[in-house]
Ligand binder design. Structure first.
Ligand code: SF4
Ligand code: SF4
Length: 387
């Protein structure tokens, strides 16, 4: 039985968050638990979500106050703390600076790593992927603590502890993984292998203000007043998805893969929730970017015709587009699915959907939320995982 602490925390006040996290650690086993989690003097790597450049306090990235509260606790056990992430396109140091994390890190003597230095490693007994190039810092750390932000996600429906570790793949190399794993199921299997490789020891999910709607970058802030923590990444994610509206955690692709692969705890009967109850903390009217459903229907072997009938697609809101071309730049397919076409004095993207693998990188990384995911009529009827 995996234990997960579910805590109510109503504000990004560092003292309050620290107090709540210590309550959570107490529920999980107290001082003994913490000493085993962070052996004295061990090299700890903190992995916040630094998706893209956003102001300090933004709901796009892990809040600097959660980051600070975690550092205060970890500091009691070791002084060797590093943090880092690798955003898809932006410079990681600049994202960490703008988001307020560098300032906090400097205050406590925490080092920053941009995850650019990689190691080539093999994963025997993998579910799918044996050969890897991943960031050296998380791979070589003794203890990796992931600090995701609770958000919706176009491809994975939800991003939490498991998805957050995709940042351990350095910058542009992420694009190659999307091309290699064009369907959500294999992509999520790859995420599980990555998490096995990095050996993440603990997850603290920042859901004080979560993101709903057009996540993971352009959704709306949703005040959930929630912190979720535990050793099992899948158990933490399972609690999170049940809070936001997936009553069955298997309605989300990553947790379905966890369950099918017997990778970790997912089902309520295998998870003991300590502290608050899921029932009392459930979010009301949380806008899911994609509803749970029959995502397995659209297999990699599906014909273009079947995909065009069933699969959700990226759709442009023209009035919002600023013509920055980032969607074209991040599209992993060759040739690009997206072409920029002149529209008056601006350029707008158009899609050749025949080649689209539905990775939704274009939706994820559009800086102004001009791309949304829309379902087909038949897809809606058959519940192919979209609103
Ligand atoms: S990324 Fe967004 S704003 Fe930029 S060109 Fe594409 S749709 Fe327009
Ligand atoms: S068009 Fe968008 S969803 Fe389709 S392959 Fe390119 S980035 Fe992915």
């Amino acid at each position: 039985m995996e234990k997960v602490a579910l805590l109510k925390c109503t504000d990004y006040d560092v003292d309050l968050i620290e107090k709540k996290l210590l309550e959570g650690f107490q529920l999980l086993g107290g001082e003994k638990f913490l000493r085993e989690l962070i052996p004295a003097g061990s090299r700890v790597l903190l992995k916040p979500n630094l998706l893209a450049g956003a102001d300090a306090g933004s709901h796009i990235i892990t809040h600097f106050a959660v980051f600070e509260a975690v550092i205060r606790i970890v500091k009691e056990y070791t002084n060797d703390i590093t943090f880092g992430d690798s955003p898809g396109v932006d410079d990681s140091r600049k994202v960490a600076e703008r988001g307020g994390l560098i300032k906090v890190a400097e205050k406590y003597g925490v080092k920053f790593d941009d995850f650019k230095e990689c190691v080539h490693v093999k994963l025997e007994n993998s579910l799918l992927c044996k050969s890897w190039d991943i960031a050296k810092a998380p791979y070589e750390a003794d203890v990796v603590i992931t600090l995701p932000r609770l958000k919706t996600h176009g491809m994975a429906y939800f991003t939490g502890a498991i998805k957050n570790q995709f940042g351990c793949i350095s910058g542009p190399r992420k694009v190659a993984w999307h091309t290699r794993m064009p369907d959500a199921n294999n992509f999520c299997k790859m995420l599980l292998d990555l998490n096995t490789l990095v050996n993440t020891s603990f997850a603290i999910l920042d859901g004080i203000v979560a993101m709903d709607g057009n996540g993971p970058r352009n959704g709306d802030p949703y005040k959930m007043d929630t912190l979720i923590m535990g050793k099992s990444l899948s158990a933490v994610d399972s609690v999170a998805v049940r809070l936001i509206g997936y009553d069955n955690p298997l309605d989300t692709p990553a947790l379905k893969e966890v369950y099918d692969s017997n990778w970790g705890a997912v089902m309520p009967k295998d998870i003991e929730v300590l502290g608050e109850s899921i029932e009392n903390m459930k979010a009301k009217n949380f806008k899911l970017v994609r509803k749970g459903g029959n995502f397995y229907f659209i297999s990699p072997g599906a014909t273009n015709f079947l995909r065009s009938l069933l699969a959700p697609s990226p759709v442009l809101t023209k009035g919002k587009c600023i013509g920055c071309k980032r969607c074209e730049e991040v599209c992993p397919e060759k040739p690009k699915v997206i072409t920029m076409v002149r529209n008056g004095d601006k350029y707008n993207p158009t899609w050749n959907m025949k080649n689209c693998i539905r990775c939704f990188c274009c939706q994820e990384l559009c800086p102004v939320g001009a791309i949304e995911i829309k379902n087909t009529k038949l897809g809606k009827i058959l519940k192919i995982g979209n609103n």
